[in-house]
Design a binder for this molecule. Structure first.
Ligand code: AQP
Length: 323
């Protein structure tokens, strides 16, 4: 199976990114032909400082390597190292009806939050379609928030195939791979954990900062002795992701029976998060101390990715008559 997914260098990676996507990247890198990229073209819609963007690209590469992405198993590359992406985006743009982009919820949400509606943000799903179709991806591991964009990718691919395919499809239709248990990881305030909502717990936050953030997780005001509903509780949803099964059962039982306070759960959650990422934190320090090794991984990934991309771009160019 060809697996492909990307992550934006627009801020520190958070535990929503980890459970919604990165954990699946790590599982799928074994036994598949996996491509993972740092989406810096996409980040241009929100990061407006060149040095910050360069640093953030490096950081995400180091983060993914530290979390266990193995460049011997998967191709790790930076989106803009494959300029074929933007050429394909234009070919796809030419068959994409405006209405498909106008209905995209993530664009509408950002505009509603007052984020300026530039063309790049509006056309984001077309660039994302190019990212995916350029590698003949079968499977795309993502969080639930990307499901609609994946549908747009499939629609664009089908449309291009119908217009230019002459019986032979030009593009392969990708399937989203969304894990039900982590499709939407909630943030500190109960909304989707998201950089733009400033409600994240970052993977590489220091243990003290993690505890501070856990203490901010919004809950209702039921006292210790009162029974509580674990399913309706944002804090328990996060706790569930980290605690081992026996501890999860114990806490769940005490929620229902009464006798557990939110403060205790917050402290235990913070300890779990810090312990879970401690080995990755140590590996990250190693990568950061050796930036040339990160650059080597990046260069090798770019070469492999471009080789794969060229095949599909040539096919698309020939199909629509620009070659
Ligand atoms: N809260 C989440 N739950 C599950 N999955 C999530 N993802 C993001 N947040 C959650 C998944 O992480 C992958 C990479 O995300 P991205 O780099 O595209 O960033 P994003 O979705 O834009 O993340 P944010 O924090 O929500 O950024 P902003 O605020 O800038 O939009 C994707 O697969 C995504 O589904």
């Amino acid at each position: 199976m060809r697996v492909l997914s990307g992550i934006q260098p627009s801020g520190g990676l958070h535990i929503g990114n980890y459970f919604g996507a990165i954990r699946q990247y790590l599982a799928l890198q074994h036994g598949n032909d996996a491509f993972y990229f740092v989406a810096d073209y996409h980040a241009l819609t929100s990061v407006r400082d060149a040095d910050r963007l360069r640093r953030a690209v490096f950081d995400v590469l180091a983060d993914l390597l530290a979390l266990g992405l193995d460049p011997e198993e998967a191709t790790l590359f930076v989106q803009s190292d494959v300029p074929e992406t933007t050429e394909l985006a234009w070919l796809l743009s030419s068959v994409t009806p405006m209405g498909w982009l106008e209905k995209c919820v993530s664009y509408k949400d950002k505009v509603a939050q007052g984020i300026p509606a530039e063309h790049g943000l509006f056309a984001y799903p077309v660039l994302q379609a190019a990212d995916i179709l350029l590698y003949d991806a079968d499977v795309v591991p993502v969080g639930q928030d990307q499901k609609q964009h994946l549908e747009v990718t499939r629609d664009i691919a089908e449309r291009f195939n119908n217009v230019y395919g002459r019986g032979e499809p030009v593009f392969r239709l990708p399937e989203p791979y969304i894990l039900e248990t982590a499709a939407v990881v909630p943030g500190l305030d109960g909304r989707k954990m998201s950089k733009s909502y400033e409600n994240t717990i970052e993977i590489f936050d220091e243990p003290k900062a993690i505890l501070k953030k856990c203490k901010r997780i919004v809950t209702d005001s039921r006292p210790v002795e009162e029974p509580k509903d674990p399913e309706g509780d944002n804090l328990f949803q996060l706790f569930k992701l980290f605690a081992p099964a026996d501890e999860r059962t114990e806490v769940e039982r005490r929620y229902r029976a009464g006798g557990i306070g939110y403060g205790e759960v917050k402290t235990r959650l913070a300890e779990h998060i810090a312990a879970h990422f401690a080995p990755a934190r140590a590996r990250r320090a190693e990568w950061v101390a050796h930036p040339a090794r990160v650059s080597e991984v990046r260069a090798a990934g770019a070469e492999q990715a471009r080789r794969a991309a060229r095949v599909v771009l040539d096919r698309a160019r020939a199909a629509c008559g620009v070659a």
